[in-house]
Design a protein around this ligand. Structure first.
Ligand code: ADP
Ligand code: MG
Length: 339
């Protein structure tokens, strides 16, 4: 029998990998916003057309890239953020897999404009089907602008799977909120089909929450702050009377990364026991700081799940500190739900 195994060409491998990283326009938004943060940007603008289906553009004033890096960043496993597997347990960046831009470039038309502080001119690169189709020098300020156009243009099945514009926009806003809440000190703007949707100046956490969710939120916030050997917790929970049936304002960040954790959610919910109806969910904005060696983020390509070494201790601490905070704000221990 003849040999039948062959290596897939890069653009095919990238398209397959893209399936894991890019499910919808919101995935592109997340990856590009995180890259801007990793580049040290203090001002980030997100520009969208048609719920991101036609255009997702992120403009940042971060460190930019050299002309060589501007080409290399679209290769698979191309990253400036880690050098060895050990680095995975000492992460200080959002990214590390070196997959996002390669994946995005395999399934969309991409244009990159970037300039470092020291370069005299910037570079502009266009990519189609994972190939560089043009490169020129441009006069631009320091920073990076990435434009992702016509998502899934070459995978009609994926494009057809996209939901209506309002639904896709909702997903984008969720990602935008998560990054904006993780980095209150960074200014964020969002423009959709030419109109300004969010204008969030860099500020402190409480003000960022109010700027996103409205001025009425301010009086709902109960501060939470506690520190032990293994974890530092900061942030706010919403007063029990603002618990709602629908899940909404529930945010966990670990080392400034938004994560989903049913386990930690349970810890918070249990601290509200007796204070809210069982069918209601508490609202919270909770920021955990842990030693990067004590967590594993490399569980899923989207990096929204995490493994903690000291899961039980964090659970117990979270529960007790929230109980304490709720008590301090002299909230009645039992509510009479029948009245
Ligand atoms: P990762 O973020 O996991 O390293 P990406 O594919 O998202 O992988 O990006 C690849 C590399 O391109 C990054 O490591 C970084 O060096 C560079 N890069 C991407 N976006 C930006 C940006 N907005 N500003 C500066 N450099 C960037
Ligand atoms: Mg990245």
């Amino acid at each position: 029998m003849p040999d039948i195994i062959q290596l897939l060409p890069d653009h095919v491998a990238n398209q397959i990998a893209a399936g894991e990283v890019v499910q919808r326009p919101a995935s592109v938004v997340k990856e590009l916003l995180e890259n801007a943060i990793d580049a040290g940007a203090t001002e980030v603008t997100l520009v969208l057309k048609d719920a991101g289906k036609t255009l997702v553009q992120v403009i940042d004033n971060g460190i930019g890239m050299s002309a060589t890096d501007a080409r290399l960043c679209f290769e698979r496993h191309a990253t400036s953020k880690i050098k060895s597997a050990e680095d995975l347990f000492n992460l200080h960046t959002k990214g590390f897999r070196g997959e996002a831009l390669a994946s995005i470039a395999a399934i969309a038309h991409v244009e990159l404009k970037t300039k470092t502080d020291t370069a005299e001119m910037g570079v502009k690169i266009a990519i189609e089907g994972s190939e560089v189709t043009s490169q020129e020098m441009v006069v631009i300020p320091k920073g990076t602008t990435i434009s992702v156009k016509n998502l899934f243009y070459n995978i009609p099945a994926r494009r057809n799977f996209l939901k209506s514009n309002p639904v896709e926009t909702r997903h984008i806003i969720d990602e935008f909120h998560r990054v904006a809440l993780a980095h209150p000190q960074v200014g964020f703007e969002m423009i959709h089909n030419g109109s300004n949707v969010f204008s969030l100046p860099g500020t402190k956490l409480r003000q960022r929450i109010v700027n996103i969710f409205g001025s009425k939120t301010n009086e709902k916030l109960v501060p939470v702050a506690e520190e032990t050997d293994i974890v530092k917790v900061n942030g706010f929970v919403l007063k029990p009377e603002f618990a709602r049936k629908s899940r909404g304002e529930q945010f966990f960040f670990v080392n400034d990364r938004f994560i989903k954790s049913p386990y930690l959610h349970h810890a918070v919910a249990s601290a509200f026991e007796g204070l809210i109806k069982t069918e209601n969910h508490p609202g919270y904005f909770l920021y955990l700081e842990v030693d990067p060696h004590a967590i594993d983020i490399n569980i899923h390509p989207t990096k929204t799940e995490i493994k903690f070494e000291d899961e039980h201790a964090i659970y117990a601490m979270l529960r007790s500190t929230i109980k304490h905070s709720l008590g301090q704000f002299s909230i009645a221990p039992v509510l009479d739900f029948n009245r």
